[in-house]
Design a protein around this ligand. Structure first.
Ligand SMILES: [Fe+2]
Ligand SMILES: [Fe+2]
Length: 214
């Protein structure tokens, strides 16, 4: 059975709908995220059609005001952290987009919807597709983030998780620098991925015969 949401026709009609929903800049950013997600998917062996669709639609709900975002979260039944709902409701544009798209387009797969839901704050235990959409959103070349070219240069050299963690680190540093608020789960996500990166770095090199045993 072919997945109807992964065809060129579906992508085209979703793109047209998106264009009506977002302002021009955000629409162009969405196309750029879609392209970058495909590039990452190709480099890391992930389904490119899923990456391009999730990248395209990740900001489906971005152009709402605080009040609209709160109302939308309530109407769609998002289980939101009360702090986020109260003071940072626009961070819910990932989860509300995923729920709205599931209703609007039942043919879109859960893995694509999850990547869309997780692109705003990231989560512990991201899939490869989740990491691709999060990373593509931050490093696509139209985005006015300093320092992302260095991360783009590491595509295919660093592992996907290293690339994601470098991106996440950059985003946190940016938020601190600009004195912006963060999603309350950010520390948990940071600790989880830093711990995993330590585990990889500190793993003993059992297979290296030059080290011998004394
Ligand atoms: Fe977003
Ligand atoms: Fe975005």
């Amino acid at each position: 059975m072919t997945d109807g949401s992964l065809t060129d026709e579906f992508y085209e009609q979703a793109r047209k709908r998106l264009k009506e929903r977002l302002d021009r800049k955000r629409y162009e950013h969405s196309l750029s995220v879609s392209d970058m997600a495909v590039r990452l998917a190709r480099a890391y062996g992930v389904d490119e059609r899923k990456a391009r669709l999730a990248g395209l639609l990740h900001d489906w709900d971005k152009d709402y005001s605080d009040d609209e975002a709160r109302a939308r979260a309530r109407d769609l039944g998002v289980k939101a952290n009360p702090v986020v709902l109260d003071s940072m409701p626009r961070l819910l544009h990932g989860p509300t987009a995923a729920l709205d798209l599931a209703r609007e387009y039942p043919e879109i797969g859960d893995d694509v919807l999850q990547a869309i839901a997780r692109h705003t704050s990231a989560e512990v235990g991201m899939t490869d597709l989740d990491m691709i959409v999060y990373t593509a959103d931050a490093i696509e070349p139209l985005r006015p983030f300093d320092g992302m070219a260095a991360i783009r240069d590491r595509i295919g050299e660093a592992s996907l998780e290293e690339l994601f963690l470098a991106t996440f680190q950059h985003v946190i540093a940016f938020l601190v620098e600009k004195k912006r608020r963060m999603h309350p789960d950010t520390v948990s996500v940071w600790n989880y991925y830093v711990e995993r990166s330590r585990d990889v770095r500190d793993r003993p090199q059992h297979a290296d015969p030059r080290k011998g045993s004394k």
